[in-house]
Design a protein around this ligand. Structure first.
Ligand code: ADP
Length: 256
């Protein structure tokens, strides 16, 4: 009787093991597909500015185009975009490979946000954008470097996507407050806004709303993906509310 029982429990264990192996291979298969998609997305993203640079340079070398300051400038802009893209990709792979590796410490969020505002003031000023803030005295156990990156990305987007074509008074409002057991950080702008049909996709890798909406933003479609993976690591959430031509608001919720 004992032996039958032992035998049955071994079968159950083997079944469990087979199930785990199946789950694991499904997971690996999914990861392999994601890796393939990532590689093809990256080469596509790199190829676009490279082709443009090559076309411009060849036309100038062949004497078809004069190397005018405008043409050289446009080549330079593509080089800057490429450089930005490579840096963003480096960050993205860093955060992907450092999953679960948060360097958490008690961080003064008010000070952290104030520093970021201070560092961005001149970019905002250049675009006739005023930055307002309302920050509660709050500290939280977060990864300082990563949370800084999130707020820098949101702030830089708010500046880049405000006052692109139209000359209205730009305004960005940043808030930090506590709500129940959560810490909220919101970044709101009165810029070009995001069309409703894009709202579900903007946190996806390389997703950009119609690239011609705002010229020279040097965008890569990676910034918000990085924000989301960092906030996910902190077990928080990041949401967006936006209306086209009225503005956008990004809302971060972190466990207090
Ligand atoms: P990018 O480098 O292109 O800005 P992001 O991942 O940061 O990449 O953003 C994805 C897209 O979401 C952007 O291309 C832009 O179209 C849209 N977006 C992000 N932030 C804003 C904002 N504050 N206002 C309007 N559109 C925005």
């Amino acid at each position: 009787y004992d032996q039958t029982l032992e035998y049955e429990s071994s079968i159950v264990e083997i079944d469990d093991l087979i199930n785990s192996i199946n789950e694991l291979s499904k997971e690996l298969y999914k990861m392999e597909n994601m890796r393939k998609k990532l590689t093809s997305d990256i080469s596509h993203e790199l190829r676009t500015p490279l082709t443009s640079i090559q076309t411009h340079l060849e036309a100038m070398i062949d004497g078809i185009w004069e190397p005018s300051p405008e043409r050289l400038n446009s080549v330079n802009e593509e080089v800057i975009r490429l450089n930005h893209l490579v840096n963003q990709l480096k960050n993205l792979t860093k955060y992907d490979s450092e999953k679960n590796k948060l360097e958490v410490s008690e961080v003064d969020l008010k000070q952290l946000i104030k520093n970021i505002i201070y560092n961005n003031q001149s970019f905002a000023f250049e675009k006739n954008i005023e930055i307002e803030y309302d920050l509660e005295e709050l500290t939280a156990r977060v990864d300082k470097e990563k949370i800084t990156q999130v707020i820098v990305n949101l702030m830089s987007n708010a500046i880049r996507y405000t006052n692109c074509n139209c000359k209205i008074e730009g305004k960005i409002i940043i808030k930090l407050y506590k709500e129940d057991d959560f810490i909220k950080i919101t970044v709101k702008d009165n810029g070009i806004g995001i069309p409703e049909e894009s709202l579900d996709y903007i946190f996806e890798r390389f997703y950009r709303v119609d690239k011609s909406r705002c010229r020279n933003t040097g965008g890569t479609g990676i910034g918000l993906t990085i924000c989301k993976s960092i906030i996910d690591l902190h077990k928080g959430k990041i949401e967006v509310k936006s209306k086209i031509n009225e503005g956008s608001e990004f809302i971060i919720t972190l466990p207090a």
